[in-house]
Design a protein around this ligand. Structure first.
Ligand SMILES: Nc1ncnc2c1ncn2[C@@H]1O[C@H](COP(=O)(O)OP(=O)(O)OP(=O)(O)O)[C@@H](O)[C@H]1O
Ligand SMILES: O=P(O)(O)OC[C@H]1O[C@H](OP(=O)(O)OP(=O)(O)O)[C@H](O)[C@@H]1O
Length: 235
């Protein structure tokens, strides 16, 4: 039996995630050379470390490929259907903060809330001959927020894999759903966040994959790791 912990191998969360484990007294060492994608934790022989990207970690937590992982809550909630049935957030780690938001052109002076946007969406086709288009890579969060939470049903998602904030100006979409951290990219693209348009306040989290097939010994190891990391968050 063994426990697999996934740590970001690259990207913006890599250094902070490694640092969290180190401060929790869990020293990760790569197996083999520095470019290895596997590691171990000193004094924890039953733990294996897998280095993956933050988005791969979210997916692997969902399909049971890893037991514990550090990744962004936005990626977990976007990549997994029924995320709360599959995973549990053990600790919020205080880095990788980003809000997933609904933003519209600043020139839409009469649109400040989701209710205003609902009015726009319902009249969009008769006024413009097409549905309101939303550029995003967060299609699951967008559908949940617009349809389930706000009852807005008439829109079209335009998948955007980069430079989402530029989509309204370039005519690819009318509004966007994307993450913002300092707000400078939205500002530079003349977009404003709706007053009730924050879909999720995301940050890096230690996440546990739920499983009823895991041994009690493995659950105990995972609980010990989670306790140590939670201890840091409380400190
Ligand atoms: N300014 C920001 N821009 C993008 N992501 C951010 C920002 N601030 C925090 N994050 C968070 O970082 C995570 C994404 O990190 P990163 O881009 O390294 O991962 P990734 O999607 O796996 O990378 P890749 O695109 O290389 O596969 C998300 O959880 C996101 O919310
Ligand atoms: O609110 P801000 O501080 O301006 O940050 C938000 C922007 O940062 C990220 O893009 P980034 O340029 O990092 O590139 P990426 O999309 O490839 O991650 C993200 O996709 C937003 O566009």
């Amino acid at each position: 039996m063994s426990v697999t912990i996934a740590v970001p191998s690259k990207g913006r969360m890599k250094d902070d995630a490694t640092d969290v484990f180190a401060r929790a007294g869990l020293t990760i060492a790569p197996v083999g050379n520095d470019r290895s994608y596997r590691g171990i934790i000193a004094d924890m022989p039953d733990v294996e470390v897998a280095y993956l990207s933050a988005s791969e970690i979210a997916r692997e937590l969902g399909n049971g490929g890893v037991d514990l992982g550090i990744t962004g809550e936005d990626l977990v909630r976007e990549d997994l259907s029924a995320a709360d049935e599959k995973v549990e957030i053990c600790a919020r780690l205080g880095f990788g903060n980003a809000d997933v938001v609904v933003a519209v052109p600043e020139v839409w002076l009469d649109v400040d809330t989701m209710a205003d946007l609902g009015d726009v969406a319902s009249h969009f086709r008769s006024r413009h001959g097409r549905r309101l288009r939303i550029a995003t890579k967060y299609w699951r969060l967008t559908q949940q927020f617009f349809s389930a939470q706000h009852g807005i049903q008439v829109y079209r998602i335009v998948e955007s894999l980069g430079a989402t904030e530029g989509a309204p100006a370039s005519g690819q979409a009318d509004i966007i759903v994307d993450i913002t951290s300092t707000g400078s990219t939205l500002k530079a693209n003349h977009l404003k966040i709706l007053s009730d348009g924050v879909i999720l306040k995301s940050e890096a989290c230690l996440v546990r994959a739920k499983s009823d097939r895991r041994s009690a010994a493995d659950e105990a190891i995972m609980a010990k790791i989670a306790d140590r990391v939670r201890g840091l968050s409380a400190a």
